[in-house]
Write a protein that binds this ligand. Structure first.
Ligand SMILES: C[S@@+](CC[C@H](N)C(=O)[O-])C[C@H]1O[C@@H](n2cnc3c(N)ncnc32)[C@H](O)[C@@H]1O
Length: 196
């Protein structure tokens, strides 16, 4: 995040860059999704952006992650802006039917948790398909990708293939990696639904 608790800290890495785009696109009152809550950093960032009149849905399959996210939101006084969903993001459309300004994915495993419980290409692709359908024109899907853990490279390729196959008339898709970091550093896929 390039600003943390009011202090400018620079873009840093892929997560910071995703926050840069979120800050650009998400407005008070918007509906948004955090598809992988984890420790709740992105969920809180989104809850602050949508404000009192907006709404965030936050998904995770691990109770540990939802507990951490709930605590972070409560401490910041933002819990009432967020519906926490104890289900996989592959079920996105079962819980969300509104038009979305942004959907955020931070793939891989829960930092500080069980490193074998990672996101999977199958579920991520199912969720991305649904997210693309729910996105409002000008809305963005931001995916932070990790190739360094077992299976991560397969998931990266699957997500890139998904993005590369989207119609250029309907979506704009970018891949952003840091040239002065190791090839295994996290990177960002940005998908914008075109404005007709
Ligand atoms: C890298 S962490 C997310 C970090 C988080 N965004 C943050 O700010 O702390 C990835 C999370 O994805 C979750 N996850 C794995 N499979 C999932 C699925 N099918 N649906 C939703 N979350 C999933 C894991 O439980 C883990 O908490």
């Amino acid at each position: 995040m390039y600003e943390y608790e009011g202090k400018y800290v620079g873009l840093r890495g892929a997560v910071g860059l995703s926050h840069f785009f979120l800050r650009e696109r998400v407005r008070p009152g918007d509906r948004v999704v955090d598809a992988t809550c984890g420790n709740g950093h992105d969920t809180l960032f989104l809850a602050r952006l949508v404000g009192e009149s907006g709404k965030v849905w936050g998904f995770d399959v691990q109770e540990e992650a939802l507990t951490a996210t709930r605590g972070r939101l409560a401490e910041a006084g933002c819990l009432h802006r967020v519906e926490l969903v104890a289900a996989g993001h592959e079920l996105l459309s079962e819980f969300v039917s509104e038009s979305l300004a942004a959907v955020v994915f931070n793939l891989g495993y829960l930092p500080g948790g069980d490193k074998t419980r990672t996101t999977s290409p199958e579920n991520t692709l199912l969720a991305l398909e649904q997210a693309a359908r729910l996105l409002q024109p000008g809305g963005v899907i931001l995916v932070v990708l990790y190739s360094g853990h077992p299976g991560g490279d397969v998931e990266c390729r699957a997500v890139e293939e998904w993005g590369g196959a989207l119609s250029p008339g309907l979506f704009n898709v970018w891949r952003s990696c840091q040239l002065n970091r190791p090839a295994s550093a996290p990177y960002l896929l940005i998908t914008e639904k075109a404005v007709p």
